[in-house]
Write a protein that binds this ligand. Sequence first.
Ligand code: MN
Length: 204
Amino acid sequence: MAKFTLPKLPYSYDALEPYIDAETMRIHHTKHHQAYVDNLNLALDAYPKLQDKSLEELLKGLNKLPSSIQKKVQNHGGGHLNHSFFWQLMGPSSKATAPKGKLLKAIEREFGGHEAFKEKFAQTALGHFGSGWAWLSVNKGKLVIEDSANQDTPLSSGYTPILTLDVWEHAYYLKYQNRRAEYIGAWWNVVNWNQVVKNFSKLT
Ligand code: MN
């Protein structure tokens, strides 16, 4: 029985053009994300009790799961959670936003400003070797920029993410091929900072 389902995107597939192309968005959502959902459901099929738990609970307590499905929940559960989170963090560039309020103050205090933050985050995203994600997370009230491999989420190490960028090649290869730096540079145009502000304000 399928417990987890693919969430609808909060915008159309072409809404992020020209920065993220419609074909990439369509394949990323309907093929890649869908596969994480399907494989997560498959992994949990034999464990009805675990299906009552939220995805966050499962990923925060990976080491408490039966060993036969730990890796599957880490990969496919992480894939489902990370993509669901990632979609919310983007929006049409025509509605471009910027960090504000307490989040802007924290970014200024800890990174020296919005531009300096962007540079550090982009370096982390660019420097990540192989498939994975770049994150802006909160740990004990402090902002932390980090990267993770595969579909690992900062939640599993007790951090709470507020912004993320998918740096798997499937996120950019059709339009940018090997030019990850160009993809990262373009992505800033579609970041939905209102959502990041919301994520941050829940924690402070
Ligand atoms: Mn992806």
